[in-house]
Design a protein around this ligand. Sequence first.
Ligand code: ADP
Ligand code: MG
Length: 387
Amino acid sequence: MKAREFAERRREFAARFGSGDEPRLYFAPGRVNLIGEHTDYNGGLVLPLAIERGTYVLMRRREAPPTRLYSAVTSLEAEFDPREPGAARRGDWADYAIGVFSILARERGAPPPCEALYFGDLPLEAGLSSSASLEVATAVAASSLGIALSPEEAARVAWRAENEFVGMECGIMDQYAVALGREGHLLLLDCGTLAYRHVPFDLPGASLVVSHTGLRRSLLASEYNLRRRECEQALSLIAGVVGERENLGAVSPEEFEAAKDVLPEVPRMRAEHVVYENARVREACAALAAGDPEELGLLLNRSHASLRDLFQVSCPELDALQEISLRQPGVWGCRMTGAGFGGCVIVLLEEEALAAYLDTVPELYRRATGREPSFLAVSPSAGARPL
Ligand code: ADP
Ligand code: MG
């Protein structure tokens, strides 16, 4: 985003909220997950990256309540009493932000009244985690109100906001990726212990593209909750054979193989996905360390097959886009990314093949599905920060 747009947004802020102190500007990126899908709420490993696009927020203190929030993305304003943010749940976009104020109020005492203008270049509901971006941007911007949070604290407050206030029981990957992204790096996160490490994405001549099916995720909430229960069921049956384990992420492939015969078909398939997906994240880190895009591509393809056949969260559009992508010259690998049932695939391909990919794939995909895809080249970028 350019300096000219920031200046325009500052004028918009003044027009809406009146003159006064200059508001401070903060940014939080979106994210995409390279590999490690449906492992986060199983305490497993994930390997996401923060992207260049994200959510910007201009924020400053106000003399008196109410707190006023405006999103230029949705053209909607919300007001609430900062002494009682927990009472302000509305069922719309502002809950992602108010939820952060509400968690902060519980953990640190109510933040002072403020006014904030949100804007950005991240598509909403497109699998790039605009919700975590909005939450983490709000948490980081709270430093303008005298509330300083480390990136880990900002991620945790944002995650609690989405779970406890918005009511979406998501894993913690998105908020961590958004808060802790690093330019040129992926974030290897153990969702069980929250230990993390930045892994260099150093594959000369390789590019990443996120290709959207044009299909909004449907079925998501019900199927997502069902998968969580199936994983819990699998875990308790496996524990009966190999002993107590905290979560499926702590079950090794060997333990799974030893226990799998006691599992009914569905929980067995779910557990097999999680256990081997977890192993694939480790293998992906090894492939990155070895500078081997071919091996990384194969792991992406195996991840997709497992999500499609074992975890059963793909859909015909994701499968079509994955297959079409794989047929293109210079493509090393491709898999669905995000919770599934629509949304995006991520493609690892040769930089030199990118233009031809973007030229050819839309028409092939349209013909196969009748849907309109969209594409975004991404590269690992820095996490949330003041600007
Ligand atoms: P995703 O996180 O994959 O983009 P979600 O459904 O989890 O999709 O969250 C999207 C919702 O987050 C939007 O529908 C909107 O309510 C809210 N949101 C995210 N970013 C913004 C923004 N900049 N302005 C207003 N609302 C936003
Ligand atoms: Mg989201």
